[in-house]
Each structure stands twice: as structure tokens, then as C-alpha cells.
Ligand binder design. Sequence first.
Ligand code: AHR
Length: 328
Amino acid sequence: MKKKFAVMAIAGAALCMAAMPACAAEDLITVGYAQVGHESDWRTANTQNYQDVFSEEAGYSLDLVDCDNDNAAQLEAVRTFINKEMDYIIIAPIQSAGWDTVLQEAQDAGIPVIIADREIEADASLYDAWVGTNTKNEGITAGNWLAEYLGDKDANILVIEGSVGASATIGRTDGFNEVAKDHENWKILDSQSGDFTQAGGQEVMESFIKSYEGQFNVVICQNDNEAYGAMDAMDAAGITYGVDGDVTLISFDATHDGLQYTLDGKINCDVECNPIQAETVKGVIEKMQAGEEYEETTLVEDQAFVAPGITSEYATTMTDEVLAGRAY
Ligand code: AHR
């Protein structure tokens, strides 16, 4: 669905965009981005993408706040943007819940809000647009690929989830569980948060190994950094994983290093979550600036990748060429 945004007192900025490249500071469109933090390689790539796209040369003044995965800090960042009377606010929500009050404050201040990357549990009338990935589909893809890969074999599964309350965690968990419930010979032994970090992934995997050594044959990490930590823990315990190992390893994100491990056969399947979203968000803002109709919801497409030697209807088999094309 599309709607029209009424451009108010930012006409100077609109002119500046049309007359690029030289914009006076007061003509730049001010954008506040309440970023989740710096917990993962994915997040670093997403931050860099925003800094590249929302440049002064492009007519923007970007105020990007790294909220360090702290929900209270993120609400505070948004309130600061409102107080500064930014032209636009972008939020990558740490938590999916708890947004109604601050979104109402932004709306009362007449500042358009774009929710990016993750989803929120709030009425769509409280924000103007959403740009992100379908994390439930990512979880379903992981499940479908595992079913295809294992055939009739039993699966004893350990899950290292992302941050508690994040829509990326909720979506991937729900999506995978939806497939898992149709497989009587799949058992999810345990599922714990690794907070989307390498240290978190390693810590959870070490504790899983203490509790379940010899009992599991599938590990699912809900992002690449957790997978790196889990690999370190399995290496230390002498547990083999990947295409030649005892444990099938699934990851999410498909960042450069994750795909390198997939090419090397250490990660069996890496389901993409595309961090390159800023250009799409900028496109929405440009339409709002021009008073044109814009997409309220834009899905950034994902795909999945599998190690050499695996062919799948759900994923692309990794090659050197695929890796060479992955910039982040
Ligand atoms: O919301 C996207 C998720 O957040 C990515 O999977 C993860 O790496 C990041 O921290």
C-alpha cells in the first residue's frame, strides 16, 4: 500500500537534493538513525551502508546513534532526535515491543518515522514506512533446507538464538519451528540466546557441550558471529562440524566471512539477511520529500547459500565467484 506524505517546512532541503552536489549545511536533510549497536559483522555493514548513502554529498546530515543493544538508550536516542527536530527518524528496533509512546511523540512532533531492518509490535498508523527482511521466511528456509539435507535421518538440534525480544530472533525461531513441528524425528534439545555476538555464541555452545555432548547432530546459530563462537567452542571440545563433520551447522546473515566458512565447508547452510538497506530507505525519504506516493512496506530480498558438494532447491551452492561478489 502507498500513501502520500505532506512535506512541511523542509522545502529548502528538497531543492538542495535536486541541485546536488553542493548543499549549504542548513539545506541538508537531517536524519536521525537509532541503530541497534555494533554486535555483529552484519550490523557493522549496515552502519557503513547508512553512512555511505546518507552522505552530505547526497544532501543529508546523518546523526547515527549506536545504542549498544540497550533498549532504554534507543528510546532516549529517538527522543533526542525529536527534541532536535530532525526531518526524519529511522529506527532499527532492538526490541519489537514497547514503541507506542515514543512513536506517538514523534507523530505529535510531525516527524516521519521509518522502521528499518527489524519489525515492531505497534499499530502501523504510528509510523510511516517499514523497510526490512522477512526473518520468519529466513527461519522457514533454514528448516526446509535441513529437511531436504537430512532426508529421513533424525535431528537432535541445539539452537543459539539472537537477542531476546528482537524480531529477528522471534521470526527465525518461529519460522524454523513451523517446519520442525512437521518432523516427528526432529528434537530441539535446547534453545538459548547468544545475543547475536561471537562471545555469546561461544558461551552458549560451551554450556550446550557440557549438557549435551554426544547427543546432538545439528547446531543452528541465528547469526554468523554466533556461529564463529560456536565453532571455536566445538573446536576446543574436538567436535567436528560442517560437510565432513558430525554436526550440521546452520547460520544466518551470509556476511563475507560466513560465506567464506560456507565455501570452506565449515558452515553447511548460511541463510542471508541483507544489511544493505539504506538506499531503499533513502528512496522512501525522497518520495516523502517530493510529496509523492511511497511504499509503506518494502521487503529486502534474501537468499540462502550452501557448501560446495551440496545442491538444494532452497539455496545457491557456494563458489569463489559468489564470495568475490560479497562486499560485506
Ligand atoms: O536484525 C538483523 C540481525 O541483527 C542480524 O542477523 C544480526 O547479525 C544482527 O545483529
